[in-house]
Design a protein around this ligand. Sequence first.
Ligand SMILES: [Ca+2]
Ligand SMILES: [Ca+2]
Length: 87
Amino acid sequence: MKKWSIPSIVIGLSVAGWVIASEVKSRDSEFLRLDVNGDGYVSAEESLANAALAQRFAKTDRDHDSKVDANEFHDFVQRTRAVVANN
Ligand SMILES: [Ca+2]
Ligand SMILES: [Ca+2]
């Protein structure tokens, strides 16, 4: 029984992401892509897959727990987009 609970959550989140705006969906799938071990956080090591995030990892990790959660990643995406827009 227990081994089905995590896949069910993943499927549930995927479905939820699918019905939300495509911008949110792509943001979340990038977060999921970077979170290789699936613990819900992007570590400094995992951030290396995204050069922009790796560069700004210390600033993105606002609560200084050495990992980036979904909210911190969301803010990073917003700021990155703002930087791109200004260029
Ligand atoms: Ca992780
Ligand atoms: Ca953090």
